[in-house]
Design a protein around this ligand. Structure first.
Ligand SMILES: *Cc1c(COP(=O)(O)O)cnc(C)c1O
Length: 361
């Protein structure tokens, strides 16, 4: 069976070597040596000034919203993973959905201004599948209307925009290190923020507000990453160049082998250096998607409908008129992509997709 992705498992002996450090330190959490080392190594690899590791990729979104969005209206994209909308609602903010640009699948920045009201406090946009939003236009709009910008950059490990890390944009950018993501710590995540004062607030907020053992700076919650998670990250990190280059080869093979007469894939924004994190294909209609999904499953290939349904149809939000996001959600399928998908399997999967589209209904 070939799944939509495969988690990278580093050699166990290397993970054990990191665990031995933890046993020697007798220190499991509260920003230990391994967490701090992984933060430093991530800053170095990604080209960012600071990085605050957390327990998962959702809690940094929640903390950023708590600090910046003040229970207001938050403009967001209806196409993406549920975590983005859920954290907005969970933090007592109101998601306001703006339709997407169907080529890049990210929020259509030309429609943002029409959605701003006197209750709008922030824009929280997702760089879907690691494909950057129009960062410059969003920054301009935010500046003009005095709004905060939080980027859900969960898919963006290693993505560059105009030569620098995509995490350097927005007031706060976050990433997820969940086991299904490009770089992982089992569960985990990070917040990146180039403003020292705000970074300090994120820091104390993720550790109950502690300012030393006996003093509290303000309200906080528990978002800390443990040493066990950092041990996984330190073991996986040295393999990232190899992982990305293997995925790149698979993506290039898909591009060559798929017949794009009845399909399209997303357009990577100009100026971006992408990370080959997902391989989405978009069908002409949902019927063709379902037919192809079934055909692949019958051949033990398990693609995933990332992301379905569109977020404006969640039961706890006010629905919005976002036809392009609805259409993308209904017609998009992510094909298997991982570090250990051999070229001949990519060709076989592409051929099955082509066959399914050429066969009569
Ligand atoms: C995975 C993901 C998250 C949440 O990450 P977790 O680490 O699972 O909490 C948030 N946003 C997007 C777009 C994601 O894909």
């Amino acid at each position: 069976m070939i799944n939509v992705t495969t988690t990278f498992f580093p050699p166990l002996s290397e993970y054990n070597a990191q665990l031995e450090r933890i046993w020697k330190n007798e220190w499991l959490t509260n920003r230990g040596e391994l967490v701090q080392e992984l933060e430093a190594k991530l800053c170095n690899r990604l080209g960012v000034q600071n990085a605050l590791l957390m327990a998962n990729g959702t809690i940094p979104l929640q903390i950023a919203l708590r600090l910046l969005a003040d229970k207001g209206e938050v403009i967001t994209s209806p196409f993406g993973y549920v975590a983005t909308t859920a954290s907005i609602v969970w933090e007592h903010c109101t998601p306001v959905f703006v339709d997407i640009d169907p080529a890049t699948l990210s929020i259509d920045e030309t429609k943002i201004e029409a959605a701003i009201t006197n209750k709008t406090t922030a824009i929280m946009a997702t760089h879907v599948f690691g494909n950057p939003c129009d960062i410059e236009k969003i920054e301009k709009i935010a500046h003009k209307h005095d709004l905060k910008v939080i980027y859900d950059a969960a898919h963006c490990f290693d993505v560059l925009y105009k030569g620098q890390s995509i995490f350097n944009y927005g007031d706060v950018s976050t990433c997820s290190f969940h086991a299904t993501k490009l770089f992982h710590t089992g569960e985990g995540g990070v917040a990146i923020c180039n403003n020292d004062e705000l970074f300090g607030q994120l820091n104390y907020s993720h550790k109950f507000g502690h300012d030393g053992p006996l003093k509290f700076k303000g309200l906080g919650i528990n978002g800390k990453m443990s040493e066990l998670q950092a041990a996984m990250g330190l073991t996986v990190l040295p393999y990232m160049d190899e992982i990305v280059s293997k995925r790149k080869a698979a993506v290039e093979t898909y591009h060559q082998a798929l017949n794009f007469d009845k399909l399209r894939t997303m357009e990577i924004r100009e100026g971006a250096q992408w990370n080959y994190s997902y391989y989405p294909i978009l069908f002409e209609n949902e019927f063709q998607l379902l037919k192809t999904e079934k055909y692949l499953q019958a051949n033990q290939i398990i693609p995933r409908r990332y992301f379905y349904p569109s977020l404006n149809s969640l039961p706890y939000v006010i629905p919005a008129d976002v036809p392009l996001a609805d259409r993308a959600a209904k017609t998009i399928l992510c094909l298997p992509l991982s570090h250990d998908l051999p070229n001949h399997e990519v060709v076989r999967i592409a051929n099955l997709v082509n066959e399914s589209l050429n066969s009569r209904p």
